[in-house]
Design a protein around this ligand. Structure first.
Ligand SMILES: NC(=O)c1ccc[n+]([C@@H]2O[C@H](COP(=O)([O-])OP(=O)(O)OC[C@H]3O[C@@H](n4cnc5c(N)ncnc54)[C@H](OP(=O)(O)O)[C@@H]3O)[C@@H](O)[C@H]2O)c1
Length: 353
């Protein structure tokens, strides 16, 4: 039996994880947490709000599935990495923000860090067991979101309702807006850099509207390995929770008899500047990725509240990145301070917008 702590149990990933756990007799839910919605009775230990680390200490799980949204997931990520407890990581924001600190905690703890993001789960599977020198580059695919093909002029007046209508994935509101701006792919680019130890020059992003190919790995002999499947998050969730056994699921594999066409394009970095800004923040290093994430969280919340236009999200992030010093964080306190500083600058930018 694997004892699972599910953080973010009421969210899109959390609800799908409950289905996966219900369907696998070897998975036992021992603790569950939400941010504000009541979840009493869902697991032997439950918690709404409060300190996630306290819940993890009480429940001592074998696997932490971190499906909290945003920087709030960071203490749980570090707790699992430091203790060598398997971390099934959906909360990409924590790895993006903490970067080097998280990698050091992972090295100290020595446990498994298994990505739940579908692209990273795919990349993890294509890269597993491969000597690093044989790997040339990683290709992350992006659906392009609901505004693929639009011009900047056409994005001036889009509303949260437009942004929340994602063509292929049904997800929580923050990541859905991030998919519409391509900030999600920007966060994933930085996440991939830390997860797989690849230079940014060796991570490419392509738009692939149907989200059937989740990632490709190019090898030095000219071969490219791809991971394909229907866009269904229960597959990477199941993979992460049952790793390394890869349990069977009832989810159908691809039906090829009806024909399958795969289409790829370069992303439009001018209309969607948040992808290029993420690459720049990642390459600059230090706490720039943390600032990118913090400013994006502030701006997305303001857009969802109708206090900021869609195109203003990238402007707030760009202005924040230009104003922070980006110095490396030596410890968690310094990282939390960098996050707070970036949020304060982003709030000022919002007020000025
Ligand atoms: N959805 C997807 O398909 C998908 C795919 C790849 C990666 N991800 C990543 O997975 C994470 C979750 O995404 P989602 O789409 O599932 O988001 P979501 O539907 O908005 O759910 C967020 C979850 O986090 C909980 N939460 C928020 N703040 C919390 C806090 N301070 N303490 C404890 N719990 C808190 C929420 O609880 P309440 O409901 O009580 O507020 C909810 O359960 C994000 O990092 C996202 O980028 C999601």
């Amino acid at each position: 039996m694997k004892r699972i702590a599910l953080l973010g149990a009421t969210g899109s990933i959390g609800r799908q994880a409950l289905q996966v756990i219900d369907a696998q007799p070897e998975l036992e839910l021992v603790a569950a947490a939400s941010g504000s919605q009541p979840i009493e009775g869902l697991a032997p230990l439950t918690q709404t709000g409060g300190d996630l680390v306290a819940l993890l200490e009480r429940s001592q799980p074998d696997v932490v599935l971190n499906a909290v949204v945003g920087f709030a997931g960071l203490p749980a990520t570090l707790w699992a990495l430091d203790r060598g407890v398997t971390l099934a990581l959906a909360n990409k924001e924590s790895l993006v923000a903490a970067g080097e600190l998280a990698l050091r905690a992972h090295a100290r703890g020595g446990g498994f860090l298994i990505p739940v993001d579908s692209e990273h789960s795919a990349a993890f599977q294509c890269l597993e067991g491969r000597a690093p020198e044989t790997v040339e580059s990683l290709v992350l695919t992006a659906s392009g979101g609901p505004f693929r093909g639009r011009t900047r002029d056409e994005l001036e007046d889009v509303t949260p309702e437009h942004a929340l209508a994602h063509p292929t994935w049904n997800m929580g509101p923050k990541i859905t807006v991030d998919s519409a701006t391509l900030a999600n792919k920007g966060l994933e680019l930085i996440e991939a850099h830390f997860l797989f130890g690849l230079d940014y020059d060796n991570i490419e992003v392509v738009v692939h509207p149907t989200s059937v190919v989740h990632a490709l790995v190019r090898l030095r002999d000219g071969a490219a390995l791809a991971h394909l499947g229907y866009p269904d998050m229960r597959i990477p969730i199941s993979f992460a929770l049952t790793y390394p056994e890869r349990a069977a699921t009832a989810i159908p594999s691809l039906d090829l008899s009806g024909g399958l066409t795969l289409e790829f394009h370069a992303p439009d970095l001018e209309t969607f500047p948040l992808l290029a800004l993420a690459r720049e923040a990642g390459e600059r290093g230090g706490t720039y990725p943390c600032a990118y994430n913090a400013a994006n969280e502030v701006a997305v919340a303001a857009f969802l509240d109708r206090r900021l236009p869609f195109l203003g999200i990238a402007e707030v992030v760009a202005e924040t990145l230009a104003a922070v010093d980006g110095a490396e964080a030596g410890d968690l306190d310094e990282l939390v301070a960098a996050d707070a500083e970036a949020r304060a600058i982003a709030q000022q930018e919002l007020a000025a917008a």
